[in-house]
Design a protein around this ligand. Structure first.
Ligand code: NCD
Length: 300
């Protein structure tokens, strides 16, 4: 079972995973050895902090082991092909997390790997395990009512793979509502807006918000992203999320961010009761434990 796109998830799978993640969270210190003898290989061709280390943490918590591969000091520097590299790495482990700046390499990897691959971020494409942890975080905050919540995406909507993957999941819950506050020239595509108005029965013209007249009471979740500097030359119009902005939101609205943050999210929010990005990050461990257990133990 490869995890390439969040388009491949259905509600049954998601709820099974949430239940498993809840259990792992509750019995954190008691579960051991579920993945004893199994090896995860982290194959990263692009920088990472949370994705790589939280997969590592998840694997260790379940009694498994991890090999970390970084492109920068590997034989790719001697001219070895990507395909030979993946073939080699897949010989040494039971599951692979792959991150690559080229959106299309994930497809090449699948064809030459002998083990399941989890897409850990493919260029400006997708990041499906992040989408699972993001939706799990919303569920963690609001319980089963998460299915009726409204979410505002702020930032580089065009290039943010975490937004792309999360949108696919939200489309499974038609009562959820989606809004954007995008940076200039980094807006959602026509296709994205079309899908939202179709699946969620939202008025086409109200989906994209204007900074000057935001209706703060609409949102239960504000999901911020950084400008994807490595994927775009645009650098204008960064909206700064500060306490002035956040304090106008509903009391129980949460601020999420996949992190890393740059200047778009002020550190003063860390002390605001609506700050949720550190809890979100922690949710990532439990959902990744669930995902690894699902893949390596056939959902048991
Ligand atoms: C994100 C990513 O790599 O796509 N980070 C993450 O995995 N938590 C977000 C980003 O890089 O902006």
């Amino acid at each position: 079972m490869n995890i390439i796109s969040s388009l491949n998830f259905n509600k049954l799978f998601i709820h099974q995973l949430f239940e498993m993640a809840d259990n792992f969270k509750k019995n954190n210190n008691q579960i051991k050895n579920v993945l004893q003898g199994k090896i995860l290989i982290n194959a990263f061709f692009e920088p990472s902090t949370r994705t790589s280390t939280s997969f590592e943490c998840a694997m260790y918590r379940l009694g498994g082991n991890v090999i970390s591969f970084r492109d920068i000091n590997s034989s790719t520097q001697k001219g070895e092909t990507f395909e030979d590299t993946i073939k080699t790495l897949s010989t040494f482990a039971d599951v692979m997390v792959l991150r690559h700046p080229d959106k299309h390499k994930i497809q090449n990897a699948i064809t030459c790997s002998s083990i399941p691959i989890i897409n850990g971020g493919n260029g400006n494409g997708e990041h499906p395990s992040q989408a699972l942890l993001d939706l799990y975080s919303i569920y963690y905050k609001f319980g089963v009512n998460f299915k009726t919540k409204s979410i505002l995406f702020v930032g580089d909507v065009k290039n943010s793979r975490t937004i792309h993957s999360l949108l696919n999941l939200i489309h499974l819950y038609p009562q959820m509502k989606i809004y954007f506050l995008p940076y200039k020239n980094l807006e959602p595509s026509e296709d994205m807006i079309q899908k939202i108005s179709e699946f969620h029965k939202q008025d086409y013209s109200s989906i994209v918000q204007k900074w000057e007249n935001i209706n703060y009471s609409l949102f239960d979740v504000v999901y911020c992203t950084r400008l994807q500097k490595e994927r775009t030359k645009e650098n204008n119009n960064i909206f700064i999320i500060d306490n002035r902005f956040v304090n106008k939101l509903k009391q129980d609205c949460i601020i999420m961010h996949p992190l890393p943050r740059n200047e778009e999210l002020k550190t003063e929010i860390d002390d605001n009761p609506r700050c949720f990005y550190f809890i979100q990050m922690e949710c990532g461990i439990y959902i990744r434990m669930a995902l690894l257990n699902y893949i390596l133990n056939n959902g048991k």
